[in-house]
Design a protein around this ligand. Sequence first.
Ligand code: NAX
Length: 329
Amino acid sequence: MSTSPLRVAVTGAAGQIGYSLLPRIAAGEMFGPDQPVILQLLEIPVEGPQKAMKGVAMELDDCAFPLLADMTLHDDPNAAFGDADWCLLVGSKPRGPGMERADLLKDNGAIFVGQGKAIDENAADGCRTAVVGNPCNTNCMIAANQAKRLPAENFTAMTRLDQNRAATQLAQKAGVPVTEVENLIIYGNHSPTMFADFQNATIGGKPATEAINDEAWLKQEFLPTVGKRGAAIIEARGLSSAGSAANALIGHVHDLHIPSDKVHSIAVKSDGSYGFAEGVWASVPVRTTAPGTYEVIHGLEQNDFGKERIAITNDELVSERETVSDMLG
Ligand code: NAX
């Protein structure tokens, strides 16, 4: 029996991340090798991005992906999100020169008010949404608050890139393959305040703190390196992370779509655990229990250092929520 295609809406389709992401979705890396997809691509209604999106679609055609059942191109979110099973919200405005974080929050927040409403009015009943466009935690909170028909649990924001970055830093320090690093969880905001919890991570089955045995490095080098990695990529490449961001979204959605025992980091509506304020979107450990459905893993111990770090990133999330309070519907 053939599997019916999943409708996957992707915003910012002509952007850098879109260019790395779309071929991988169409190749089956996100939803599995037997799952056909229909891509519903959205760009702003401006000639340049619309034309560039057509070019991306032409290249996807030229890949002759067996799993790409259809593809539609849009300048209107209501059409792009029509009957979508997944909405991947990648597109947003970059931070301009001299722009304050509060201005970025407000400018991009307005996009996510509109897109949250459009998802609510047009997407499939069980639609899941993953937000990448920054500031992704707060944008996700805005979209979820606008989409009253869909449960807030269906809206997640991506901290998987931080998790992947942190895992590689630990593996390289320990001189082992990255597959040896497990249970490494990102807490809080996708911003330099996030806490990459090395204290509960393991390397080759041993606590990471024992395997590395260098507390000063873990606290003073590892955490800032992971927190500022996005800026370091911009400095080196002249452009922000794109291939690694697309790769992280493949992992985020794949691990949410396909149930397993794996523990992974995603930003979800906080239930108040781990010291986060209820209702902000904070990254926590989760396990996927059914396609698109997760349970938050509770009870991982945090010492004073961990609690302090979580309090810092929580304060930032709370202050972002205050800045956009008029957008929460
Ligand atoms: P680009 O500027 O290359 O592309 C963004 C695209 O989105 C543009 O083509 C633009 O026209 C489009 N767009 C803007 N507003 C839109 C709207 N309302 N509807 C549909 N499309 C819209 O950025 P790119 O490098 O692709 O990054 C996209 C977003 O990801 C940025 O907000 C960026 O900050 C964020 N990131 C998030 C990461 C994360 O880990 N959560 C990491 C990577 C990345 O920095």
